[in-house]
Design a protein around this ligand. Structure first.
Ligand SMILES: Nc1ncnc2c1ncn2[C@@H]1O[C@H](COP(=O)(O)OP(=O)(O)OP(=O)(O)O)[C@@H](O)[C@H]1O
Ligand SMILES: Nc1nc2c(c(=O)[nH]1)N=C(CO)CN2
Length: 174
């Protein structure tokens, strides 16, 4: 059993449909889904704006590695092509944090699955929607555990202003 915070993003094709493919696949395993944000590209590659959201999900049969594998499967189903680092993609699923069945946060420095995600604290497109669904959450980076609001406050204003809430909704029908 584990609980994961997943960051999902898309900037190619039907972006909402790509994000929705994740919430549809997760179904009853979803604990919370953030609003969808339109976000300026992060990372220096010139490309289309992204749609981003954060999903919190629980699964009794998945460990943290299982969330990474599930994310890869969903990316493949969206015809994700791995070309350029931080470049355009139909669907990106990142595991931001993962807690085990005892509620303990799993930490890992394995390059295949680094936890928490090593760049989450630098990304307003992760922090803003995550704060919407878990305002009390904290994130470890650079050897410090800080509330999301503190990591957000440390970012450039431009970075935060590039993240704008949309009316798109991802919740699967109940
Ligand atoms: N927490 C994590 N979530 C998702 N992938 C991870 C994580 N930690 C390590 N990885 C590894 O990162 C590799 C590259 O992933 P990906 O192609 O999605 O990178 P990216 O989205 O371009 O950049 P970034 O990793 O900065 O989001 C994957 O092969 C994966 O194994
Ligand atoms: N705004 C935004 N920028 C990005 C994103 C993303 O999801 N949103 N994903 C990237 C690859 O990790 C690189 N840059």
């Amino acid at each position: 059993m584990s609980r994961a915070v997943l960051s999902i993003g898309s900037n190619i094709g039907d972006r909402t449909a790509h994000l929705r493919s994740v919430t549809e696949a997760l179904g009853d395993r979803i604990v919370a889904v953030s609003p969808v944000y339109s976000t300026a590209p992060w990372g220096g590659v010139e490309q289309q704006d992204f749609l981003n959201a954060v999903v919190v999900a629980e699964d009794p049969s998945l460990d943290c590695r299982g969330w990474l594998d599930l994310g890869r499967q969903l990316e493949a189903a969206a015809d994700r092509v791995r070309e350029q680092r931080w470049g355009p993609r139909s669907l990106d699923v990142d595991v931001v944090t993962c807690h085990d069945s005892d509620g303990r946060e799993v930490l890992s420095d394995d390059p295949e699955l680094t936890l928490p995600h090593p760049r989450a604290h630098l990304r307003a497109f992760v922090l803003v929607p995550w704060w919407d669904v878990e305002p009390q959450a904290t994130l470890v980076a650079d050897g410090m555990r800080r509330p999301l609001t503190e990591w957000l406050a440390a970012l450039d204003v431009d970075e935060r202003e590039g993240v704008r809430r949309t009316e798109h909704r991802l919740e699967p029908p109940r």
